[in-house]
Ligand binder design. Structure first.
Ligand SMILES: Cc1ncc(COP(=O)(O)O)c(C=O)c1O
Length: 391
C-alpha cells in the first residue's frame, strides 16, 4: 500500500465544517453568520498597544510560557473577579489562542486509553482534540430547550479510566450558562473519580439577562484539579491575534508548557504586550461589551423567529441554535448549502456539533457577533427563503 497517505489519526476527522461554510460564503458572496468572528473594530487602545509594542521592538520570541506582563494580568484578573489566588509563574501558560491551549492541555495530560467526557452539542474542535491526543471521548447530551443534562447519564459516563471532562461555559453552540448546581454535580464526579475539569471559558464576559459566570475552579475542591482556558479572541474582538492561555494547578503546568513549547514555542510577542493592556481595561468595558451583544442577540432572535426558525434563546456566548424542521429539508447540511448558495446567508449545520450526525440534523447555528447592518442584510436575504420553502 502506498505511504503517500495521511495518518490514521488525520483520517478520523473531517475538515472544519465551520471554516468550510466561511469558504462557501466567500464563493457565493453571502452574509457570513457561520464562523464566530466579529465584523466590527477591535478597541482602539489595544490596537495602539500592539503597534507600540512592534515599534518598540518587542519583536523576538517571548518567554515560551508567556510574557510576564500578560501572565501577571491573567492571574491578577482571575483573582480579582473570583477570589481564587493564581500564581503567574506556576500556573499561567500563554498559548496561540485557546485552541492551542486546549491541544497542549490534552496532549499534556492524556495517555492512550484515557477517557474524556464531552458534553454535546460541543464546540467542534473538541472531537479532533480528543483523537489527536489519543483520548476516548464519552459524550453526554445537553437536552434542548434549556440544554440541561441528566445527572444519572453524566454519572454513568465516569469510570476509572476517566481522566478529564471538558466544560464550556458560557457555551458554544447552545448559549447555555452552567449553573452552580450543575457545576457542583460535575465537580462531585471529578472528585469521586479523581478526574480533571478542563474548562473553556472563552465567552466569560459575553453573558446576558443577569446570568453569572462561575468558573468550576472556584467550586470546593476543584482548584487543584481544574485547567481553565481563555483568551483575547472573543472578549476583545481580536480572533486573528491568536493569543490564549491556561490557568492550571502547578502539578499540571509543566506538562502543558512542555507540549506548548514544542508545538509553537510561543504566541506573538507584541500581541501579548497588548493583551496585558487589554486585561487592564475598566469594568465598564466588559459591561458595555455584554450589553452590545445582548442587543445583537435580540435583533437576530427577532429576525430568525420572523423567518420561521425555532430559536433556543442563548444566555451567553454569541450564537443562536435553531430548529429548522419547519422548512422540510432532508437534513441540516442540505439546508445550510441551500441557505448559503440560494439565499445568501451562511450558518453552521447542527450535525457538526454532535457525535451522531442524525441528532443535529434538524439544527442550524447562527452567530450574531456582527454589525447591525450585517444582521439587517441577512434579514433582507432571508425574505427569499421564507417565500421559497415554508409550506
Ligand atoms: C468554545 C470555544 N473555544 C475556543 C474557541 C477558539 O478560541 P481561540 O480563538 O482563542 O483559539 C472558540 C472559537 O469559536 C470557541 O467557540
Amino acid at each position: 500500500m502506498s505511504k503517500l497517505t495521511g495518518s490514521k489519526k488525520a483520517t478520523q476527522f473531517t475538515e472544519s465544517v465551520i471554516r468550510e461554510m466561511t469558504r462557501l460564503n466567500h464563493l457565493y458572496g453571502g452574509v457570513n453568520l457561520s464562523q464566530g468572528f466579529p465584523d466590527f473594530a477591535a478597541p482602539a487602545a489595544i490596537k495602539e498597544a500592539a503597534c507600540t509594542a512592534i515599534n518598540e521592538d518587542v519583536n523576538q520570541y517571548a518567554v515560551t510560557w508567556g510574557a510576564r506582563p500578560l501572565r501577571e494580568a491573567v492571574a491578577r484578573e482571575f483573582t480579582r473577579r473570583y477570589g481564587l489566588p493564581v500564581a503567574a509563574d506556576e500556573q499561567v501558560t500563554v498559548c496561540c489562542g485557546s485552541t492551542e491551549a486546549m491541544m497542549a492541555t490534552m496532549m499534556g495530560i492524556i495517555d492512550p486509553g484515557d477517557e474524556v467526557v464531552i458534553f454535546e452539542p460541543f464546540y467542534e474542535n473538541y472531537g479532533p482534540d480528543a483523537i489527536l491526543s489519543g483520548a476516548t471521548p464519552r459524550y453526554v447530551t445537553l437536552h434542548e430547550p434549556d440544554w440541561t443534562f441528566d445527572p444519572d447519564e453524566l454519572a454513568a459516563a465516569f469510570n476509572d479510566r476517566t481522566k478529564a471532562i471538558i466544560i464550556n461555559t458560557p457555551n458554544n453552540p447552545t448559549g447555555k450558562v452552567f449553573t452552580r448546581e450543575e457545576l457542583e454535580t460535575i465537580a462531585a464526579l471529578c472528585r469521586k473519580w479523581d478526574a480533571i475539569a478542563i474548562s473553556d471559558e472563552i465567552y466569560e464576559h459575553i453573558i446576558y439577562d443577569g446570568r453569572q459566570h462561575i468558573p468550576i475552579a472556584t467550586i470546593d475542591g476543584m482548584a487543584d484539579r481544574t485547567i481553565t482556558m481563555n483568551g483575547l479572541s472573543k472578549t476583545y474582538s481580536v480572533t486573528g491575534w491568536r493569543v490564549g492561555w491556561t490557568i492550571s494547578p502547578p502539578s499540571l503546568t509543566g506538562a502543558i508548557r512542555k507540549v506548548h513549547d514544542f508545538l509553537t514555542v510561543g504566541a506573538a510577542a507584541p500581541l501579548q504586550e497588548a493583551g496585558a493592556i487589554a486585561l487592564g481595561l475598566p469594568d465598564t468595558y466588559y459591561t458595555d461589551l455584554a450589553e452590545a451583544y445582548r442587543r445583537r442577540r435580540d435583533t437576530l432572535l427577532e429576525i430568525l423567529e420572523r423567518h420561521h426558525f425555532t430559536c433556543y434563546k442563548p444566555y451567553g456566548a454569541y450564537y443562536i441554535m435553531t430548529d429548522i424542521s419547519a422548512f422540510g429539508f432532508p437534513n441540516d447540511i442540505e439546508f445550510a448549502r441551500y441557505l448559503v448558495k440560494d439565499v445568501g446567508v451562511a450558518a453552521v449545520p447542527g450535525s457538526s456539533f454532535y457525535k451522531n450526525a442524525a441528532t443535529g440534523a434538524t439544527k442550524l447555528r447562527f452567530c450574531f457577533c456582527k454589525r447591525d447592518e450585517t444582521l439587517r442584510e441577512a434579514d433582507r436575504r432571508m425574505a427569499k427563503l421564507v417565500a421559497a420553502t415554508v409550506h
